[in-house]
Design a protein around this ligand. Structure first.
Ligand code: AMP
Length: 282
């Protein structure tokens, strides 16, 4: 694995590989890597000649400064893990490399409806920050395929929108959510949970299953209310949302419609740690 910190070195290396006709797969991450990230690397390796991974904790996408400060960092462990899993190039830029002009007065992306709901509503500015970094990373790596996790479902839709707005030709591959054996979706933030919390947090997955099992028979509003009550009983401090939405647009749904692919989304806090998960229901 080659570790590169400078944009010009990534450009040079990738230019050389592209000239040789190599297909480039890209896995952007914020580090503190787990099996979820590695599943994206594996898919990229299977379907491309060269896999590029980035680790960059993007300050611009944290609407909560405390969350940024507490974001787990495990760079040495991450490098070993990526090397072991056959990543070809690791891009490890500094904040200054990505934002040489600073992080104030950045351009606005016109994302429309998708940034007004769920994560967009509860984390104002978050998706603008995601677009800032993704637009830069895509311009640096110019991958054939971009590997994203369904774990951040709304982020996948936002990045699809970003590609439309910027006319970038990269193909998006959305990869399945990798879970712990108790159902808890793997997340870098899980390292901030103690063992008891990790057990408790499995209730998010159980609640998504509960919604899936009852989607055909129960009224959606009632179902969301029962799901929220279940989460509160399971010991979460706070619920940001329990939503049932059109999986293509994330427009909230009130009634069943057999023609529409439906998604349930949950965001909760456990001992101050914010956790999100989702599940396709049909
Ligand atoms: P992050 O480091 O949290 O920014 O995540 C980097 C990429 O890994 C994103 O595309 C995430 O959606 C994806 N990812 C995170 N957790 C999981 C998981 N449990 N299963 C699959 N992909 C994941």
């Amino acid at each position: 694995m080659i570790l590169l910190k400078k944009i010009k070195d990534v450009n040079k290396r990738l230019h050389f590989l592209k000239n040789k006709g190599k297909l480039i797969g890209f896995v952007p991450t914020m580090g503190a890597l787990h099996k979820g990230h590695i599943s994206l690397v594996e898919l990229s390796k299977k379907n491309n000649d060269v896999t590029v991974c980035s680790i960059f904790v993007n300050p611009v996408q944290f609407n909560d400064p405390g969350d940024f400060q507490k974001y787990p960092v495990a760079i040495e462990k991450d490098i070993l893990l990526l090397e072991k899993n056959g990543v070809d190039i690791l891009f490890l830029p500094s904040v200054n490399e990505i934002y040489p002009e600073g992080i104030k007065d950045l351009p606005h992306y016109n994302l429309g409806f998708i940034e007004t709901i769920s994560e967009g509503e509860f984390r104002p500015g978050h998706f603008q920050g995601v677009c800032q970094v993704m637009h830069r990373l895509l311009n640096i790596v110019v991958p054939d395929k971009l590997y994203l996790g369904q774990k951040d479902y709304q982020q996948c839709l936002v990045i699809k929108k970003l590609l439309q707005l910027t006319h970038i030709k990269t193909e998006i591959k959305i990869c399945p959510i990798i879970r712990e054996t108790n159902g808890l979706a793997m997340s870098s933030r899980n390292v901030r949970l103690n063992e008891e919390d990790r057990k408790k947090a499995a209730a998010i997955y159980k609640t998504l299953i509960f919604i899936k099992q009852n989607i055909q028979t129960k009224n959606f509003n009632e179902l969301k209310k029962e799901a929220a009550e279940k989460l509160i009983r399971s010991g979460f401090d706070k619920i940001d949302y329990v939503e049932i939405a059109d999986a293509n647009s994330l427009e909230l749904m009130i009634n069943r419609d057999e023609k529409i692919k439906i998604l349930a989304l949950i965001a909760v806090y456990l001992n101050g740690v914010r956790l999100i998960d989702n599940m396709l229901l049909n």
